[in-house]
Structures are given as C-alpha cells and as structure tokens.
Ligand binder design. Structure first.
Ligand code: CA
Ligand code: CA
Ligand code: CA
Ligand code: CA
Length: 384
C-alpha cells in the first residue's frame, strides 16, 4: 500500500492517522520477551513461532529467519520447536552501557507470502559488577589546625550496572576523627564527604589510614573499597621548652673569654620551621650582663665575654628566651643563675697608720713603734 495523500480536512487527517497507527501495530513488536544478561547458552526466551501465529510445520518451507542489526548471533530460533533461545553471551553493560532500558530488536521474516514481524527482547540487568574506585589509595593532606566540622569531599565509586544494582551506599572504617556524610547529586550519584569530628593532632597522629567501602544494592551485593591515607600537616601549636625552668651554674672569676658558662637545650614538638629555634637574652636582661656574657643564638651556648670579677658581683641572674620560627612564633623561657667563685687574686695590703721613729734607745719593751693593718679583698681562706 502506497499512500500519497495530502490531507485537506481534519476528518481526512484523522483517517490518515488511523491508517498509520494500524500499519505500525501490524509491523512492530507485539511480541515482547525478556531475558537476563549473562544467561547460559540455550536459555529459553520465548515460543516465538507460536506467539507470532505461525505453524511449526511451515517454518522451514516459508524460510523462517530472524535478523537483528548488529547483534546477529545473540539469540537463535530452533526451527524444530519454534523456541527462541540464548545463543551466545549477552552482556548488558557492553550492549547498552549506562542506559536504563536495554533491548534487542529482532526482525522475523517468512516468505510465501512475505511477512515481517518485529520482536523486542528486553535484556535485564543482573548485578555482575562491583562498585569500583578509580584508585586503590586516595591521599589527603589536612593541617592539624583545621576546625571541627571541616569537610573534605572524596571521589566516589562507580558501578557499571543499572538501577538498584548500581545504587551505592558508603561506610567508613571506625575511627576517632572523621565521620562520613553523603551528598546526593542531581545525577543520582553520591559524593562521600569526610567531616572532621575531633581535632587532629600531628604530634599524636601524624598519619591516619581509613577504609572507605561502597556497597551496591544488588542481591547478592558487591562491595569495593579505597584506602584513605591522611597526612596530618603541622601547625605551630607547641612552644619550645627548656629541660628546666631554672639552671644554676658555678664558675670561677677571671675565667678567660669564650669560657663556656652553660649549654642550654630546648626542644619543640612541632616539625620543620615550627621547631627551628633561636636563643636570646630576654629583653629584661640589663646591658651590664649583656656585656659580660655572649649567647650563641643557634646553639644555646652562653660564654664569657668580659672580665668576671667576684669582687665586682658574685651572682648573675640571666633570663633567656627561646623562640621558634613558626608563624606566629611561640616563645619559651628559663633563668640561668650564675654563681661566681672567688679566686686568690688579691695580695694582702699592708697599711702603716702611724709610725714613731726614730726609736729611743731607752724605749721600754712593749712601746708602740708603728700601727700596721693588713687587709685582703679575697674572701674565705683567700682573705685570712
Ligand atoms: Ca553492581
Ligand atoms: Ca549487569
Ligand atoms: Ca604541631
Ligand atoms: Ca613550635
């Protein structure tokens, strides 16, 4: 039937549409089957001859044949019993990818008279793909200073199946610091997000290892997982500290310049520049002390820089700061008490305060001739 027709009235148009609808009904898939993907060779799909109203005996004489564009040998008909069966492996993912609907369109043809039938075979998804992460290990660097409730989106998994078989749920291995939140995206995929539930501390835990697992909604379900390696970055949250808050040292007066008075040692629990330190006299240290002692700002050594004289001062109280190079820097303090020990560096002095000279020859025994006083600036035995 060939229609070359230009409809001129609504009634004629309606007639044309009815004719077209009838032609489509006769020629398209009145017969519909479904088969799961990956079904074994020989799996029954449908009694195709019977369902198309054909007698088994006429299949061969009328040259019954099935054609299918692109996937010719997936399904086959047994001409003896008129049954459509699975002939070779049907992989839904290969056939239809991510599309929810998947079917194979068959054209069944018989001659004498020529008839063409259309048959749809729906390929049903089975859960034959696990959720897959693109990498086996995902690295995150997180500063220890990040605040609670900070969020860190992760790359989710993908699942080649469709429907429930590809609906993923996520879970995180039990841990102290992070909980898992899920963002539902418009494309129905989900983004897993790490949420900080407890403050990190690099000094306690410089590195954390978690496992993120995705499970699909299939029966039976499949899972896939990724290792989350979290490197905790340092923040300057520790001040340098000295081993002691007060150090007492004793030294002899007159010690040569560069003589070591004390070697201070501070430590800082941070890392990198946050633990690099500079030693210095505190701003409280008077210039008189700064003249006598020298601080090596890198090593923490205090050395003699000028004459130390017991008779001048026998103790020194030196306040010392140690400052790290963090931003902002943190400062630690200590006090060095220097006790100067006396040396016998002063000769006794003889002072004659009165003298009665010359002495008369008849002077009586016991007469005072001269008054001599002796003093010594040293102390203790050095001054006796
Ligand atoms: Ca799956
Ligand atoms: Ca599948
Ligand atoms: Ca730190
Ligand atoms: Ca520090």
């Amino acid at each position: 039937m060939m229609l070359v027709y230009t409809p001129s009235s609504p009634r004629a148009l309606r007639l044309l549409l009815l004719l077209l609808l009838a032609a489509w009904k006769a020629g398209s898939g009145q017969v519909h089957y479904s088969v799961p993907e990956e079904a074994k060779h020989g799996t029954f799909v449908g009694r195709i001859a019977q369902d198309l109203g054909l007698e088994l005996a006429e299949l061969v004489p009328r040259l019954f044949r099935v054609a299918s564009k692109g996937h010719g040998d997936l399904l086959e008909v047994n001409l003896q019993n008129g049954i459509l069966f699975v002939n070779s492996r049907i992989d839904r993912e290969e056939l239809c990818g991510r599309s929810a609907e998947c079917s194979i369109h068959l054209e069944v043809i018989v001659d004498r008279p020529l008839q063409v039938f259309h048959v749809e075979v729906e390929v049903k998804d089975i859960n034959d793909n696990p959720p897959v992460f693109s990498v086996s290990e995902q690295k995150l660097s997180i500063p220890e200073s990040r605040l609670l409730d900070s969020r860190f989106p992760l790359e989710g998994a993908s699942d080649a199946d469709v429907g429930e078989n590809a609906v993923l749920t996520y879970r995180l291995s039990p841990n102290e610091f992070f909980i898992l939140d899920i963002i539902n995206r418009k494309d129905k995929a989900k983004t897993p997000v790490l949420v900080l539930g407890k403050m990190l501390d690099r000094e306690e835990n410089p590195q954390l290892q978690l496992l993120l697992t995705a499970t699909d909604g299939g029966k039976p379900e499949y899972t896939g997982s990724v290792t989350l390696l979290i490197l905790v970055l340092d923040a300057n949250d520790n001040a340098p500290i000295f081993d002691r808050s007060v150090y007492e040292v004793k030294m002899y007066e007159n010690s040569a310049n560069q003589t070591l008075v004390i070697w201070l040692n501070a430590s800082d629990a941070d890392e990198g520049v946050n633990k690099e330190m500079i030693y210095s006299f505190s701003s409280l240290v008077p210039s008189s002390i700064r003249r006598k002692f020298l601080m090596n700002e890198k090593t923490g050594e205090i050395r003699v820089n000028d004459a130390i004289d017991f008779e001048d001062s026998n103790t020194y109280e030196i306040h010392v700061d140690v400052t790290d190079k963090g931003n902002p820097p943190m400062v630690g303090h200590c006090t060095v008490l220097v006790e100067v020990l006396d040396e016998n560096d002063n000769s006794p002095e003889v002072v004659i305060t009165s003298l009665a000279l010359p002495v008369r020859e008849d002077a009586q025994v016991g007469s005072v001739i001269a008054l001599i006083s002796v003093s010594d600036r040293d102390s203790g035995a050095n001054g006796q």
